[in-house]
Each structure stands twice: as C-alpha cells, then as structure tokens.
Design a protein around this ligand. Structure first.
Ligand code: BG6
Length: 475
C-alpha cells in the first residue's frame, strides 16, 4: 500500500452530535425521524411530537464530547476522519443571509482539534441533512430554489473551512433515493415526502437533477477558491448480480446496475446517460433541465468518487423465484444468493463484491476512489471482563480490506483511502437504533437513549490500530 494511503473512519453529524437545538441550531430533517427497528420503519413526523422518541436529538453526544472521542481516534491511529457538517448549525432555516457564528466556531474547533491530532478531515456537506424548514416551505429538492440554498451553505463552508479541510463530498449516497418503495430514502436524500398516487420516480429524477447541478456548482467554486481542494461525490455501492447465466437475468442485473450508475455517471462524466434519457422519453417525463444546467454539469466533474460499501444484491427475471429483499438497504426486488451469509439485520456479507465494484467504478471513470464507509452493524455484548470481543467485526473488516488490497495491487484500481463505518458506535440511519452497533469503540447508550454514554474500546479497535500501523500488512 502507498505510504500516503488514508486509513480512516467515518461519521455523520446527525448520527453522533446530538445537541439538536444547541447554540442556535435549527431543526433538521433528521430531528423529525422517530426510532424504528429492523422490522418497524422509522416514522417521519410533522415537526417534533410529544410521546415519540427521536434518537438523533441526543445521539452519542459527540457535540459536547468530541475531544474525548478524537483523543481515542488518535490513539487508534486514524489518519483521516470523515465527518459531516449539520447544515442547520450554519443556516438554521436555510434562508438566513448570515451564518450562525456559533455553528461556524464549533466546526473550526473540531477541524483544528483533528489537525492537532494529525487526522486529515474529510467533510460531507449533505449527509442526510437539510433544514426542516426548507421541506415545509419548498418541498425540499422538488424545488429549484434548493440549488441556491445549498450553494450558499456550501460556499460558506468552503470559504470558512477551505484552509482546514482539503477533501470534500457533496451528497451522501445520492442514489439511495432511486429505491422509491422505501419513502425514507427520498426524505433523507432530498427532503421529499411523496404525495399519494404521484409518480415517485419522476419526482426523484427531478430532485437528483437539481442536486447534480448544485453539486457541480460546488465543485467549480471549490476549484476557483483553492487548487488543492478536492470534491467528490458519494454513491452507495449496491452491485446487482444475475441469479443465473440466463441472458434475461444478466440483462436485468445490467439494467439495475445502470440505473444506479446514472448517479455516478452524471457527476463523474458530466452528462446524462442515453439509457436514462430514453427512460424519460418513453415515460413522457418533462423534467426541468435547462441548457445552463447541462453546461454546469460538464464544468463540474468531481475529482474523486466516494463509495460506501456494505452488501450486494442478486436479481432474477423469473417472477416465480421468491423475492427476499436485501435488508432495508437495496430494494425488495432481490432474490436469495446461496453463496452469501447475512448480518443480523439481513444485509448480505460479500467481501469479493467490493473488489468487483471497485473495478467497475475505476475502469468506468478512471478517477481515484475513496471507500468512505464499510462496516457491519451487529449486537455487541460486554463480557464479564468488561470487554467487547467483536471477532465477527474483525472478520468482516479483514475480509473486505483484503479484497480492497487485491483491487489495488492486482487490478490497478486507484484507491486513496478506506474509512471504517464507524470508529465509534452511533445511531443507525435506517432503523434509529443504537443496538445496531458499527463502532470500534462501544458507547453505553441503549435504543431508548438511556445509559452513561461511557466509551469502551472493543477488540476491533486494537485490531484496526495494528492494521493502520502496519499500513495494511497485519490483518
Ligand atoms: C450508509 C449511510 O447508508 O450506511 C450511513 O451513509 C449509515 O449514514 C450506514 O449509518 C449504515 O446504515 P444503518 O442503517 O445500518 O445505520
């Protein structure tokens, strides 16, 4: 592995910070999402309602304890840490003309503290966050006005933090919203609440187009500001495999993959793929896309691709084969893959799929790739010795890192960094649980937010520490 390889970890503001109404922060879309479970979806409420528990309000209270957590990340040896900026700490409703100085100060302090600990910050501008006020007033990314609001927020962040942060990401997992059967994704990606009977796919395509334009403007602005700034996109890697060699299965898998690649194609190539244009034409979609938008896309190609990788899915063209779904992560129209085990939350475990996907992405775009999330959500137990022996997490991470190393060394893929999701336990995005733990560091909070908040290093912490120290040799 190259000496400058960025071994890191990733977090998102709403899943760790808590302090949801502190220091002038406005209400974010994550603040109106209740707790769910594997089988019970999270609810999106109309504002904050009594008698509901909102896990992101407290999360793991990173906002007040970030120094303690970063001290541990430093002991772990992280070279890089991906965080996100809560838009509502900077612009509480999204419409203010001046930013909230207390929010700005918080992130300056955070980035300075990371740098003091030799941790390279990476920032996602929109990790499932936007001011709730913009959802209520404008319907979120249904509205072209969002381009301006997002650009103002991003420009403020780049102006303020451009000297402290080199690596930027625009929208987290922008392709999730294509899974329209789960309304959570359109809400968290784009602040969209579907109306009954509307064509959900059309709504999502339009929102994505506005997001692409906004992202392209951010890329251009960053480059005009400082040459060293690198802006990437983030796609959830969810490769689809054909169930059999039947050409119909192969075509179906290819189609499913292409529908996902749309999101990276536009951001990495600067134009809308022909297949997607054909779909719009056949469905008579008249989307609001101007000539200026298309020019922006061309000028705003990203510098690198961020991928989050958890699972793969298998699809069949044969309707008689039972659909089993891919947990709550990659759609319902998928069938069992007998070669893969699943996590306790039903997500397939497929290390070789990471190598497959890295090859797909790299040979398609020839842009550097940063694996900005990879990890396993599992139930952890504290044993009598007061420790957490999470050998299942070590096995998962080891197997994936091995496949990444093969992609780099044997296949020539340019991977510049790898982030564990996550260095510390946090609130699960899809379920709102604490019980679905991802961290290398345990946090003593339960699903109801009860506990001391105490941190304990798990076995995986010491394992990843030696992986970093040996630059990926000791696995
Ligand atoms: C990704 C997100 O989808 O997967 C993270 O970027 C999320 O925010 C992670 O936490 C794991 O998903 P979950 O639902 O298990 O927390």
């Amino acid at each position: 592995m190259k000496n400058n390889f960025l071994w890191g970890g990733a977090l998102a503001a709403h899943q760790v910070e808590g302090a949801y109404d502190k220091d002038g922060k406005g209400l974010s879309i994550a603040d109106v999402m209740t707790a769910g479970t594997k089988d019970k979806p999270r609810k999106i409420t109309d504002g904050i309602k009594a008698n509901y528990f909102y896990p992101n309000h407290q999360a793991i209270n990173f906002y007040d304890h970030y120094k303690e957590d970063i001290d541990r990340f430093s002991e772990l040896g992280l070279k890089s840490l991906r965080v996100s900026i809560a838009w509502t700490r900077i612009f509480p409703t999204g419409e203010e003309s001046e930013p909230n100085q207390r929010g700005i100060n918080y992130y300056h302090d955070l980035f300075k503290y990371m740098r003091k600990n030799n941790i390279e910050p990476m920032v996602t501008l929109s990790h499932f966050e936007m001011p709730y006020s913009l959802v209520k007033k404008y319907g979120g990314w249904r509205n072209r006005k969002m381009i301006g609001f997002f650009f103002k927020f991003s420009k403020t962040c780049l102006d303020e933090f451009g000297d402290e942060v080199k690596y930027w990401l625009t929208f987290n997992e922008i392709n999730n919203q294509s899974l329209t059967e789960n309304p959570l994704f359109a809400f968290t990606n784009s602040g969209i609440i579907f109306n009954e009977d509307e064509d959900r796919e059309k709504v999502v395509y339009q929102a994505a187009m506005y997001e692409f334009v906004a992202g392209a403007k951010v890329v251009q602005y960053a480059h005009s500001l400082q040459k060293k700034l690198k802006v990437g996109c983030v796609v959830a890697a969810s490769p689809y495999y054909p169930n059999t060699p039947n050409p119909n299965d192969i075509l179906k898998a290819q189609r499913m993959n292409e529908l996902q690649y749309f999101y990276s194609d536009v951001q990495a190539r600067g134009y809308i793929p022909e297949l997607i244009k054909k779909i719009w034409e056949r469905r008579h979609y008249q989307l609001d896309i101007t000539e200026d938008d298309l020019t922006e896309l061309k000028k705003g190609i990203v510098d690198y691709i961020g991928i989050t990788y958890y699972l793969t899915s298998t699809v069949s063209a044969d309707n008689n084969i039972a659909k089993v779904g891919s947990g709550n992560a990659a759609g319902n129209d998928t069938v069992e893959n007998p070669y893969l085990k699943r996590s306790e939350w039903g997500w397939t475990i497929d290390p070789a799929g990471l190598r497959y996907y890295l090859n797909e992405m790299y040979h398609r775009y020839h842009l550097p790739i940063f694996i900005v999330e990879n990890g396993i959500g599992a139930v952890d137990k504290i044993t009598d010795d007061g420790k957490i022996h999470d050998d299942y997490r070590i096995a998962y991470l080891r197997d994936h890192i091995l496949e990444m190393e093969k992609a780099i060394e044997e296949d020539g893929v340019d991977v510049i960094g790898y982030d564990v999701w996550s260095p510390v336990d946090l609130v699960s995005f899809t379920t709102g649980e604490m019980k679905k733990r991802y961290g290398l560091i345990y946090v003593d909070y339960d699903n109801a937010g009860k506990g001391t908040g105490k941190r304990i290093n798990k076995d995986s912490f010491y394992w990843y520490k030696q992986v970093i120290e040996s630059n990926g040799e000791k696995l």
